[in-house]
Design a binder for this molecule. Structure first.
Ligand SMILES: [Zn+2]
Length: 263
C-alpha cells in the first residue's frame, strides 16, 4: 500500500517488470559464468588446454561485450575469476585484474562474426602439425563435420609483413582482426606454430568443436601414416554436423562428470 502511495499502479508495475527483467538478465549472466567455469574445467580435463588457453562467451545483455576468466590456468577457473570486456577487449567497471594477453582473438572475432556466441582458443599438440606442414586439417569422421571442406591456417607473418618476427601471440586488436578475417565463415582456424581457435553459437558447442578438433587431428595424423585417408564429403560434413551437434549436450554432461563437477 505504501508503494502505491508513492507511485501510480502503472509506474510501480513498470518498476516491478524492470526489476524482474534485471533479475532474469542477472541470472542469465550467472548461468553463462557457470558455463564458462565448466568449459574451462572440461577443456583441461579433455587435454585441449593446459596451463594456457581460454574460452569466452558473448554477453546476453550487451552483444558488444564478452566474458572470460582473468589470466589464470583453465583448471582452476571459478565464477569469481570471470571478467567482462568491451568490444575492444578492455576490462569493464574498473576491473584491474590481469586479463589474458590474447583476449583480442575473442574481441575481434565477436566484432567480425555476429553469429558467434562463444570462442575457444587452445594450443593442443595434436593440431600443431597441421598448422606447420601445409597438410590440411579435414574432417575424417562424423564427430568433426563442423570442419567443413578444410580448415584455414592463420600465418601471423602475413598479418604483419613489415615486422614479421613476433612471439606468435595475438596480442593486439589488429592481429585479432587479421585472425578473424582468416577464420572467415569457418568454425575453426589453425594458427601456425601456435594452436587453433574454434567458434560456435554457444559455449557447449564451442567446447564440443574444440574437443573434436583435437580428436580429429589425432585420428587424421594416424590415418596419414596408414595411407591416404578418405575424408568426409562437404555434404557428409554438413549432415553429420547437424546430427552430432544437436546431441552435444550429451558430451557436455559426460565431460562435466569426468572433470569432477556436479551435474
Ligand atoms: Zn595462444
Amino acid at each position: 500500500m505504501r508503494r502505491n502511495s508513492l507511485c501510480g499502479v502503472l509506474l510501480c508495475g513498470a518498476v516491478a517488470a524492470g526489476a524482474q527483467a534485471q533479475v532474469r538478465l542477472d541470472s542469465q549472466i550467472a548461468n553463462l559464468a557457470d558455463d564458462l567455469v565448466v568449459a574451462n574445467r572440461i577443456l583441461y580435463s579433455q587435454g585441449v588446454v593446459d596451463g594456457f588457453g581460454h574460452v569466452s562467451a558473448r554477453s546476453p545483455v550487451d552483444p558488444g561485450h564478452f566474458f572470460m576468466a582473468r589470466s589464470v590456468a583453465p583448471s582452476g577457473v571459478t565464477q569469481s575469476d570471470i571478467m567482462e570486456f568491451d568490444a575492444d577487449g578492455k576490462a569493464l567497471a574498473g576491473d584491474t585484474r590481469l586479463p589474458y594477453a590474447e583476449r583480442f582473438i575473442h574481441s575481434e572475432i565477436y566484432r567480425a562474426r555476429p553469429d558467434v556466441m562463444a570462442v575457444v582458443h587452445a594450443h593442443s599438440p595434436a593440431v600443431i602439425g597441421f598448422g606447420i606442414t601445409g597438410v590440411p586439417l579435414r574432417p575424417v569422421y562424423h564427430m568433426s563435420g563442423f570442419l567443413g571442406r578444410t580448415t584455414p591456417v592463420f600465418e601471423i607473418r602475413d598479418a604483419v609483413p613489415a615486422a614479421p618476427e613476433t612471439d606468435l601471440l595475438v596480442k593486439n586488436p589488429a592481429l585479432g582482426a587479421k585472425l578473424a578475417e582468416r577464420l572467415g565463415r569457418n568454425a575453426v582456424v589453425l594458427m601456425r606454430g601456435h594452436g587453433f581457435t574454434a567458434v560456435a553459437s554457444s559455449v557447449p558447442v564451442a567446447v564440443f568443436r574444440a574437443v573434436y578438433t583435437d580428436q580429429n587431428a589425432r585420428i587424421q595424423s594416424e590415418a596419414l601414416k596408414l595411407g591416404t585417408p578418405r575424408y568426409l564429403s562437404e555434404e557428409e560434413a554438413a549432415l553429420t554436423q547437424r546430427t552430432m551437434e544437436g546431441l552435444s549436450v550429451r558430451s557436455w554432461e559426460m565431460w562435466k562428470k569426468q572433470a569432477g563437477l556436479p551435474p
